[in-house]
Design a binder for this molecule. Structure first.
Ligand SMILES: [Zn+2]
Length: 214
């Protein structure tokens, strides 16, 4: 297994001491931006932020996604290359450039070679890999690499569409939505299979909301 799917590193200390450290740093951060961490509305904020980061947003550093993998054998049909599409998997992560969220949906299409996996397991694997600081391009590739290893499909296509709040709230002249595609196996060579897979995705995808005039 690749390094990115390894479990926790003990060097970072136990959860309680990390939570304590993050809490203290958030307090310092509040002071540095000109706030008073002692005022009523902010008193609970450092502790709340520390819990949110360690237990949710950055919880994926300490979890091995293989824990959630459960595959099933399926019969192979000679000469047939049936597609399996798992679409609209909610995906939320934090952009490593701005520490702001990006979110959207991941769509997975694969051609099994004897093994399949249930919908909820895809969601769990994505949850682990996205609960780390990411850029969308790398997250998409990591999901593809991971699934390619555990399912060993004949072909795999991963599409992620996400809205980036770092572009949204800063009013920058960049696109707020990004689409990334990762291809493995036969999808790398067979254009008509890619087209078919993308058709399946576009017929079932939930479109992302549009924000105009930002
Ligand atoms: Zn960003």
């Amino acid at each position: 297994m690749r390094e990115y799917v390894q479990g926790p590193s003990q060097e970072q200390g136990d959860l309680a001491s990390r939570r304590q450290l993050v809490r203290k740093l958030v307090e310092e951060f509040l002071k540095a931006i000109g706030e008073d961490p002692g005022r009523e509305g902010l008193r609970e904020t450092p502790g709340r932020v520390a819990r949110m980061w360690l237990e949710e947003l950055a919880s994926g550093y300490f979890v091995d996604p293989t824990t959630y993998v459960k595959t099933f054998e399926v019969e192979e049909y000679e000469g047939r290359e049936g597609l399996v599409a798992v679409t609209n998997i909610p995906t939320r992560s934090i952009c490593e450039h701005h520490l702001l969220p990006f979110f959207g949906y991941t769509h997975i299409v694969y051609i099994p070679s004897g093994r399949v996996m249930g919908f909820s397991k895809f969601a769990r694997v994505i949850k682990v890999l996205s609960s780390r600081l990411q850029i969308q391009e790398r997250l998409t590739e990591q999901i593809a690499d991971f699934l390619n290893e555990v399912l060993n499909p004949k072909g795999l296509l991963v599409v992620m569409e996400a809205l980036h709040t770092c572009a949204l709230i800063r009013g920058v002249e960049e696109s707020m939505t990004m689409t990334t595609v990762a291809l493995r196996g036969v999808f790398r060579e067979q254009r008509e299979l890619v087209n078919l897979a993308l058709q399946v995705v576009s017929s079932s995808r939930i479109p992302l909301p549009k924000f105009e005039g930002f």
